[in-house]
Ligand binder design. Structure first.
Ligand code: HEM
Length: 149
């Protein structure tokens, strides 16, 4: 465990929430791009443009935002007086965060399939996939703010 002043703890928490918002923005936007991409003919100008947008969103926003969400979240977890590992909400939150991580990894694979014109999934599949991070985020925020158990 480590010591942080009350002010430093709040700064780390602010950076944590900023990172989590940026990560969520990418997790909600990328499947949207996949929905449009299923309608674009491979090799078309639209398909090539979407490939660039998907790669930049993942590499320059989602990956760094995920890393800093974990970094600052981890710092908060390791701080005296922060969260107590005994609290059920901490474990439940980390399980849902693991779900977000799995969604992020899956989106990385799907992006690669689109980049290689190998996508075989339907538009409906990506519309449903788009809802998963939303549901996880709702659970995470309720757990960390309300701390029901
Ligand atoms: C990536 C792994 C994550 C870890 C290890 C983590 C851990 C933590 C910890 C320990 C706190 C501080 C609780 C306290 O005040 O003592 C916290 C606060 C918070 N986390 Fe996370 N978190 C993670 C991801 C996320 C994600 C993905 C979201 C949103 C989708 C999120 C949203 C929040 C919010 C809103 C707070 C502030 C709650 C409050 O002050 O009332 N966290 N997090």
């Amino acid at each position: 465990m480590m010591e942080l002043s009350a002010t430093a703890f709040l700064w780390v928490k602010a950076l944590h929430i900023i990172s989590a918002i940026a990560w969520m923005a990418g997790l909600l936007y990328l499947p949207r791009l996949f929905v449009y991409h299923t309608e674009a003919k491979p090799g078309s100008e639209l398909s090539e443009t979407l490939k660039v947008m998907e790669r930049r969103l993942l590499k320059f926003i989602m990956n760094p935002a995920m890393a800093s969400s974990f970094l600052f979240g981890g710092l908060l977890l390791m701080t005296y007086g922060g969260s107590d590992w005994q609290d059920g909400w901490v474990h439940a939150k980390l399980v849902l965060v693991a779900g977000l991580l799995a969604a992020h990894m899956a989106m990385g694979r799907w992006r690669l399939e689109f980049a290689e014109d190998r996508n075989a999934r339907s538009q409906t599949f990506y519309r449903i996939a788009n809802e998963v991070p939303t549901l996880l985020m709702i659970g995470i925020v309720i757990l960390v703010v309300v701390r029901p158990f």
